[in-house]
Design a protein around this ligand. Structure first.
Ligand code: ATR
Length: 272
C-alpha cells in the first residue's frame, strides 16, 4: 500500500480522501489516502516527516500551496507559472516534483461538459491566486480573446504582463465591462463568500453564453444565480474542477486515469 495525503488548514471539510478512495476502488490501485491539518509555518516539517516515513505523494490546499512551491525540488512549467503547488510527487530517484493540477482540472471539466473554449470570448472575474493557477492551461486552449476583470486593476495588469508570452490578456476594471459581451465567463473571485458579487453589467452575456464558477456549494452560488437571471445558456459550479484536479494528481502518482463523472455525481448527491 502506497501512502498519500492532503495537507491544509482547515482540513476537516476536505473531500480529497473521499475522491481518491473512489479513484482507488475504480482502478484497483492499492493506496491509502489521509488528511492532515498543517499550518503554513509547519509545512516543511510535516512534509519531511511524511516523506521520511515512506509517503509517495501529497495534495496541498490552502494555505499551504506557496510553502509547497518552495518545498519542491523541481517544478513543472505550469506550477512555476501558477506560483503554487497542489501536488507533490516522490519520484524514483527520491526527488520531489511539484505540479499544479487546478487549471487542467477546470479545462478537462469544461471538455467533459461539452463546452468549447477555442475561439470563444472568455472573461475571468478576479486576479488572485486561484485565477493565476488556471491561466496557463486555459490559454493553451486558444480562446479567441481573454479578458481579466478585477476590483484592483493593477493585479489584472500584472497577470497580463506575466503571461504575455503565452498570449494576449486584456486587463480591466469592472466598470470597463459595460458594453462588452462574452461567450464564457469564469468566476475566480472569492467575493461570493462575503454575500456580494462584483458589479457586472446587465448585458454581459452573449447569446448562448456559458458561466463557470470555480467555487461550489450545496446551493447555486451567487454568481450562478446571477448567470441564470441574466440568460446564461449553460452554467456549472466548481465541483467538477475539484474532482478534475484530483484526477490529474492521481494520474501523476499512478499513471492511471480514473473516471471523474461517477465521482462528481456521488459528491453532488452528498452535498444536497
Ligand atoms: P484566491 O486564492 O481565492 O484567489 P485571493 O488571492 O485573495 O484569493 O484573491 C481573491 C480574489 O477575489 C481577488 O481577485 C479579489 O479582488 P482584489 O484583487 O481586488 O482584492 C476578489 N474579491 C474578493 N472579494 C471581492 C469583492 N467583494 N468584490 C470583488 N472582488 C472581490
Amino acid at each position: 500500500t502506497d501512502a498519500y495525503a492532503v495537507f491544509g488548514d482547515p482540513i476537516a471539510q476536505s473531500k480529497s480522501p473521499y475522491i481518491h478512495r473512489q479513484f482507488a476502488e475504480q482502478t484497483g490501485e492499492d493506496i491509502a489516502y489521509t488528511k492532515q491539518q498543517v499550518a503554513e509555518k509547519d509545512f516543511e516539517q510535516a512534509a519531511d516527516a511524511f516523506f521520511a516515513s515512506g509517503g509517495k505523494g501529497l495534495n496541498i490546499t490552502a494555505p499551504d500551496k506557496l510553502a509547497a512551491y518552495g518545498y519542491a525540488a523541481r517544478l513543472t512549467p505550469r506550477a512555476r507559472r501558477a506560483g503554487a503547488v497542489n501536488t507533490l510527487v516522490k519520484r524514483a530517484d527520491g526527488t520531489l516534483l511539484g505540479d499544479t493540477t487546478d487549471g487542467i482540472g477546470m479545462v478537462n471539466d469544461m471538455h467533459n461538459l461539452g463546452w468549447e473554449i477555442a475561439g470563444k470570448r472568455v472573461l475571468i472575474l478576479g486576479a488572485g491566486g486561484a485565477v493565476r493557477g488556471v491561466l496557463q492551461p486555459l490559454m493553451e486552449q486558444e480562446p479567441g480573446s481573454l479578458t481579466i476583470a478585477n476590483r484592483t486593476v493593477h493585479k489584472a495588469e500584472q497577470l497580463a504582463k506575466g503571461f504575455a508570452d503565452l498570449g494576449v490578456i486584456e486587463p480591466l476594471g469592472y466598470e470597463a465591462l459595460s458594453g462588452r459581451q462574452f461567450d464564457l465567463v469564469i468566476n475566480g473571485t472569492s467575493a461570493g463568500f462575503g454575500g456580494e458579487l462584483p458589479p457586472l453589467p446587465e448585458e454581459l452575456l452573449a447569446e448562448g453564453a456559458a458561466c463557470y464558477d470555480m467555487m461550489y456549494a450545496a446551493e447555486p452560488t451567487l454568481f450562478l444565480q446571477w448567470a441564470e437571471a441574466h440568460g446564461a445558456a449553460r452554467l456549472t459550479d466548481g465541483l467538477g474542477m475539484l474532482v478534475g484536479q484530483a484526477a490529474e494528481s492521481f494520474y501523476l502518482w499512478r499513471q492511471v486515469r480514473p473516471e471523474v463523472v461517477p465521482v462528481i455525481t456521488a459528491l453532488r448527491r452528498s452535498l444536497s
